[in-house]
Ligand binder design. Structure first.
Ligand code: 5GP
Ligand code: MN
Length: 338
């Protein structure tokens, strides 16, 4: 953030405001951690703020302090709409364009509030008065920490804030192992622990609350894995029927895509998940090295994300989607086995 933006942000936050904070649709640990971290900070500052989520999110994120105050648009659309219409200041966190917030998109497009974006995705849209956008950042949570630092308020980080921010940094860096993890990320995490983040508790809450059916679904996914060694690619499919068999709940498939990358010689891992209700195949892409799944998802699957982690969707059937995907691989063969 440049000095001018910091000045403007300070001024905006020194006035009475009706603030709404928005994470992306299907919020992950970084989206919920950053919105809640910022929410606690603003509240403690005496500002009136509410988080409005486009839809529900996994149970392993619901332990975070303040979770019960999040308004879910899907279960309270009237309340959410009112909050957005009356807002004077809207923070959008962990997404780069309004197409990432599902049904909230038209409401935000019509909102009269001033916008502040905090995000680390590529090619951000230009809708915010203050755009704190930095693709080199590990996570939006790390950026919320920076934002609080820019405002000169690091000493105002409470254990609640520290726990929320730690969570998003941890989940978005794959527990501090992705290439986006910098020495600065570790410095921030170290400060957060000093400020009261309980790292062991957070790891347990996020990773050690599996249900038997979730592990059985993982078993099914791994069994379904197709390994295309000659293309440096491994992909997994999960049909709606399989999800139903294993009593799928939101979040149960989180992280499964990464298993493909643990195979030697595999640079591209993909999971295709059928969603009968939305009539789409939701896709997650992960890569190692230079292959940009952001570009790939953007070009062929109505999506995007980061160079090594992106998402998208397809309107065809599971079979049609995977066969289209396999055809596409042909032209990337050289890149994928390099
Ligand atoms: P995941 O595969 O974990 O859902 O998402 C990986 C990354 O891609 C995240 O940064 C996420 O925000 C982004 N992403 C996931 N799905 C989509 C999508 O449909 N469109 C775009 N633009 N980004 C996505
Ligand atoms: Mn993120």
């Amino acid at each position: 953030m440049n000095l001018e933006d910091i000045k403007v942000a300070k001024k905006l936050l020194s006035k009475e405001q009706k603030i709404v904070i928005i994470p992306h649709k299907n919020p992950d640990g970084d989206a919920i951690g950053s919105t809640l971290g910022l929410w606690h900070y603003l509240n403690n500052h005496g500002l009136q703020a509410t988080i409005v989520s486009p839809n529900d999110y996994p149970g392993f994120l619901k332990w975070m302090p303040g979770n019960d105050k999040i308004v879910n648009f899907e279960s309270d659309s009237i309340g959410a709409k009112k909050l957005i219409e009356e807002a004077t200041l809207i923070f959008t966190l962990d997404f780069n364009h309004l197409g990432r917030i599902g049904q909230l998109q038209p409401l935000l497009e019509e909102a009269s509030a001033t916008f502040i974006m905090i995000d680390h995705h590529q090619e951000p849209s230009d809708y915010a008065k203050i755009m704190y956008s930095d693709v080199s950042m590990s996570s939006t949570c790390e950026m919320v920490y920076n934002f609080i630092e820019f405002l000169g308020d690091l000493d105002k980080i409470t254990p609640e804030i520290a726990n929320c921010i730690y969570t998003g940094i941890m989940t978005d860096t794959g527990s501090f192992k992705y290439s986006s993890t910098t020495s600065r990320t570790h410095t921030v995490v170290s400060k957060l622990i000093e400020l009261g983040a309980n790292n062991t508790m957070i790891h347990n809450k996020v990773f050690n609350t599996n249900s038997p059916s979730k592990l059985h679904l993982l078993g099914c996914a791994l069994k379904n894995m197709v390994i295309l060694q000659e293309y440096g690619t491994a992909y997994i499919t999960l049909s709606q029927e399989e999800l139903d068999t294993y009593e799928y709940k939101k979040g149960d498939t989180e992280g499964i895509v990464n298993y493909g990358l643990t195979l030697e010689g595999i640079q591209l891992a993909v999971i295709f998940i059928e969603n009968k209700e939305e009539k789409i195949i939701k896709i997650s892409f992960r890569s190692e090295g230079d292959f940009s799944v952001n570009e790939f998802a953007r070009k062929y699957f109505q999506g995007g994300g980061h160079n090594n982690a992106a998402g998208g969707k397809s309107d065809g059937s599971l079979e049609e989607t995977t066969s289209y995907f396999r055809k596409l691989l042909e032209q990337y063969k050289d890149e994928l086995i390099a």
